[in-house]
Design a protein around this ligand. Structure first.
Ligand code: SF4
Length: 83
């Protein structure tokens, strides 16, 4: 099922532990040793986080990556935020 959602990555909180990479290959190591999100539509986010929009069937992967992050640097936002 295709869903529209956004991944918000707080790179200030990211600690380079890379638990997210093995859950979702859209999280990749950047040249600064932290993680970045690839493949979606980049958007502005006021607080300096990386905000990337997707419209695909990989919401579950993104949520797994978010759950795996020990510092809570990843948020997955959907239209209906009921979870
Ligand atoms: S799991 Fe969290 S802290 Fe680790 S690299 Fe991914 S976003 Fe950064």
């Amino acid at each position: 099922m295709t869903t529209e959602y956004q991944i918000r990555l707080d790179r200030d909180a990211c600690d380079g532990i890379f638990a997210c990479l093995v859950r979702d290959d859209r999280f990749v190591e950047a040249s600064d040793g932290l993680v970045t999100v690839e493949g979606g539509r980049a958007e502005q986010d006021g607080d300096g986080s990386q905000l990337v929009s997707f419209n695909d069937d990989r919401l579950a992967d993104a949520r797994q990556a978010a759950r795996s992050c020990p510092v809570g640097a990843i948020d997955v936002l959907t239209e209906v935020d009921d979870e």
